[in-house]
Design a protein around this ligand. Sequence first.
Ligand SMILES: Cc1cc2nc3c(=O)[nH]c(=O)nc-3n(C[C@H](O)[C@H](O)[C@H](O)COP(=O)(O)O)c2cc1C
Length: 317
Amino acid sequence: MAELPKFSSRAFLAPMAGVSDVALRLLCKEMGAGLVVTELTSIHAIIAKERQLRLEHKHIGEFIEYSERERPLSVQLFGSDLEALEKSAKIVEPFFDVIDYNMGCPAPHITQQMAGGALLQNIDLTRKIFRTLVSSVKKPVTLKMRAGVNDATLFKEVARVAEREGIQMITLHARTVHQGYSGQSDWSLIRELKEMVKIPVVGNGDVTSPELAKKMMDETGCDYVMIGRAAMGNPFLFKQVNDYLQNGAYQKYSARKQIEMFLKYAEYALNYNIKFPNIRQQAMRFTKGLVDSTKIRPKLMLAKTIDDLKSVMIEAS
Ligand SMILES: Cc1cc2nc3c(=O)[nH]c(=O)nc-3n(C[C@H](O)[C@H](O)[C@H](O)COP(=O)(O)O)c2cc1C
């Protein structure tokens, strides 16, 4: 079993479906994210796509887009059929450095197939999933989970089983599935997890500033923090967290820099097959906090091409 890669910083970018595409991940990586993770991908979709891509002499990177410059790079899988899990893990293994397993997604179309957060309730199946994954591949396997389904009781048993079965790192988004994104992430659960296991723990939920990243580390003892929503349209946050952890201070970024960062996003996006509506949503996120954001956003909504988006943003700068 291979060891976890060395991470260049203690702040990771969270997987976010429709958001953490390869272009955003590259920007976060350049700004100092220690690890970036692809959005969750269905094990069944991987198998079906690979079959199709093989006929066209292409590989899975055409489906789960990534760049060599993102490494170390983690791919996140969901789905609980053991045979499909083994097959899909073997398909992705040559291309990614870490294989992450999703046990947190609260979306009904995922939980209804006994996947994502629903699995927290099914410890027997969970054990089989970890065993299958760890024995199918040589790359390190990690887990991202929520604290429980209706209350925050299940994560401890799952973590115990995970560590025993050879999972090498656990990210805890310290909310229940039932909570969705409401309420607060309960960081005391991250501390409880850290005290229980020997493998590295990644704390997740509601880190929105360098100060909060440090607070989470200090209060919970977690090895790494994972940042999701606050990094949307804001790759600068990784440099700020790293600077703050090192020097106790960090730089603020101007509106112009924010717009320049979007232009770089747009340039990267051109190299990949990111859907235009997703790119437009990214542009919206890069206007967060700009004085004129309420004027810019309707113009972005009318944009039909990446060039249109760039023109609106350049005009605003
Ligand atoms: C739009 C969106 C998509 C997400 N997609 C995923 C996903 O694909 N896999 C996953 O494990 N978590 C996913 N999450 C959850 C985040 O990874 C993270 O756990 C959560 O947002 C809490 O962290 P934060 O408070 O820093 O945003 C998603 C969250 C959002 C907002």
